[in-house]
Design a protein around this ligand. Structure first.
Ligand code: SAM
Length: 245
């Protein structure tokens, strides 16, 4: 596309991504904590605070690339267990871990799990009040397609929120972050899962992902209004917001 995102072979990319998450599904949650030094928890809490789900039944969120349910469970809790979350992921292994967690934590009645592709959502137009995607859109081969699907399934007045790694905008922190991501993350991957290479791929995909203003432009291009973003931890992660008006 013209947004500075180089598209590698798309099927090849999705294949690599699927392999990574099949392999790490069972250890995914501990990996997250190790690799972000626990920061992903704060970023996710920030995302759900910005969403501020209503505390009434009937409100529905679609959590795309929802993996093991981290975002969905936070939203349900924030809604005082009123919201309903559909956790959608292309990877059955991640969803299986999510389902187990939902049952253990008493969220089963508020959730359902759907194995599908973000580029081809198996829902009617105007189904959901909110669409969330956390650390997922970077892995989707055709981001513009995923964004128009997000727009399509949202009700008018619906909210789009995307949490993703982004461009660090602090001197010094960017150096530390480079060291951390290119050296430590593949090494941690190697130690915990026995293979560092998939993690090198994931780190590389962070570098290729459009920066904050470029990604905001893509969201607007998909039809969303009032597109804004906020940075977390100096831009290591960014949260983009848009409305279907
Ligand atoms: N949202 C969760 C979180 O923040 O903990 C999981 C994020 S995990 C880094 C990325 C997820 O994206 C994986 O579970 C992967 O299977 C999923 N994924 C990758 N490509 C996808 C696609 N095309 N459609 C839907 N999900 C996809």
């Amino acid at each position: 596309t013209s947004y500075g995102f180089k598209s590698v072979g798309q099927n090849e990319k999705q294949g690599l991504v699927n392999e990574v998450f099949h392999r790490v599904a069972k250890r995914y949650d501990v990996m997250n904590d190790l690799m972000s030094a626990g920061l992903h928890r704060l970023w996710k809490d920030g995302m759900v605070a910005w969403l501020n789900p209503p505390k009434r039944p009937g409100w529905k969120v679609l959590d795309v690339a929802g993996g093991t349910g981290d975002i969905s469970f936070r939203i349900i809790e924030a809604s005082h267990r009123q919201a309903h979350a559909t956790v959608l992921d292309i990877n059955g292994s991640m969803l299986a871990v999510g389902k187990e967690r939902a049952e253990k934590r008493g969220f089963a009645a508020n959730t359902d799990f759907v194995e599908a592709n973000a580029e081809e959502l198996p829902f009617d137009d105007e189904t959901f009040d909110a669409y969330t995607i956390a650390f997922g859109i970077r892995n989707v081969p055709r981001i513009d397609v995923a964004l128009s699907e997000a727009y399509r399934v949202l009700k008018p007045g619906g909210r789009f929120l995307c949490l993703e790694f982004s461009e660090v905008d602090m001197p010094l922190l960017d150096k530390v972050y480079e060291e951390w991501s290119f050296k430590a993350i593949p090494r941690i991957g190697q130690m915990v899962t026995g293979d560092g290479e998939p993690y090198s791929y994931l780190v590389e995909s962070i570098r290729k992902f459009p920066n904050q203003p470029n990604f905001a432009a893509m969201i607007s291009h998909a039809g969303f209004d009032r597109v804004t973003y906020r940075n977390y931890s100096g831009g290591i992660a960014a949260l983009h917001s848009g409305w279907k008006l």
